[in-house]
Design a protein around this ligand. Structure first.
Ligand code: UDP
Ligand code: MG
Length: 312
């Protein structure tokens, strides 16, 4: 007998919880071999301000296999996932969104692969038509940039929805950093991995909690967590600009000696000043980004605070 732990972070999800639970129990009863697999559901209430928690508690008293990790405030989905991993007791762990955008039926395919001996089964979105055009374009850009900078490549269009063996989860839990980019961490630990494909569904109810700014921040966190290339970039920029200015300087000296002082406009001067100025500002910005990360890491604050853990 093996236990499957579903990790479900929830933030203001009063509209989706009931449907999620109904669908999950129907799926478990009809599509999972119950003589092989038990099911537990670990909800992480990420500081919801609506009736999410009371709905969860209601269901917690109805069923034996529901656990609730109630955060003291909103810590974000990444931290909620990490908490979920540390509270899951299953032999198989699957993070899943409560809005059923990750279809439950994919779990059957994941289990087949698991039984074939894979430690990690990634769920890859082959059709993202339910996402906005901007979101798809920016996602592709992110994967291209990330994979060109980071050695341990991310599979594109794979979210947090995946199956992991307990051993994989234990390795992830050993990682000490508290600025989390879960997709990167899941990937970084390695293990025998395969992929199943699926079509991303529309949200069953409620609305997305991720606006463009939040996604941009996540992408930036992802890259700065796993690559220091942006820091080196400015060394290269600096070298190229230095060579360019030496050549340009020599040209002016030669012109002055052999042809007298030629007329130089302000336009080229201003362009050079603003160009180099902006490069410097970007450079300082990138330095700031990394120093900010170091600053937050050295404080060693916890990744999340649990107000109450509901379990039976
Ligand atoms: N979520 C969370 N904390 C947050 C934001 C989101 O726990 O600060 C949860 C949310 O309740 C949902 C999952 O993360 O279960 C995915 O969020 P959402 O559907 O809004 O993201 P999208 O699918 O639009 O990327
Ligand atoms: Mg969603």
């Amino acid at each position: 007998m093996k236990t499957i732990s579903l990790i479900v972070p929830v933030y203001n999800e009063e509209a989706t919880i009931e449907v999620f639970l109904n669908e999950t129990f129907v799926f478990y009863n009809n599509s999972i071999n119950k003589s092989k697999y038990l099911l537990e559901i670990v909800f992480i209430n990420d500081g919801s301000k609506d009736s999410t928690l009371s709905l969860l508690i209601e269901n917690f008293s109805k069923y034996n296999n529901i656990h609730i990790v109630d955060f003291s405030r909103n810590f974000g989905k990444e931290n909620a996932l990490f908490a979920g991993l540390s509270y899951a007791k299953g032999d198989i762990v699957i993070p899943i969104d409560v809005d059923l955008q990750d279809p439950l039926i994919v779990i059957s395919e994941m289990l087949t692969k698991y039984e074939e001996g894979f430690d990690v089964v990634l769920a890859k979105r082959i059709d993202r038509n339910s996402d906005s055009f901007l979101k798809r374009i920016s996602a592709n850009l992110f994967y291209d940039l990330y994979n060109s900078l980071v050695d341990v490549k991310l599979e594109s269009n794979v979210g947090d929805f995946r199956l992991m063996d307990k051993q994989v989860v234990e390795e992830i839990l050993k990682l000490k950093e508290n600025q989390l980019f879960m997709k990167g961490l899941f990937n970084w630990v390695g293990f025998k991995t395969t992929i199943v494909e699926y079509t991303r569904e529309e949200r069953i109810a409620g609305s997305t909690k991720f606006n463009f700014l939040k996604l941009f921040k996540l992408a930036l966190d992802g890259i700065t967590s796993f690559s220091n290339f942006p820091l080196k970039l400015f060394l290269y920029f600096g070298l190229i600009i230095a060579v360019f200015s030496i050549v340009f300087g020599l040209k002016i000296i030669i012109e002055k000696i052999f042809f007298g002082i030629s007329e130089h406009g302000y336009a080229s001067l201003i362009t050079a000043i603003t160009f180099i100025g902006s490069i410097q500002l970007i450079g300082i910005g990138i330095l700031g980004e990394y120093i900010g990360r170091i600053f937050l890491e050295v404080k060693q604050r916890p990744k999340f605070i649990v107000k109450k853990y509901y379990t039976k």
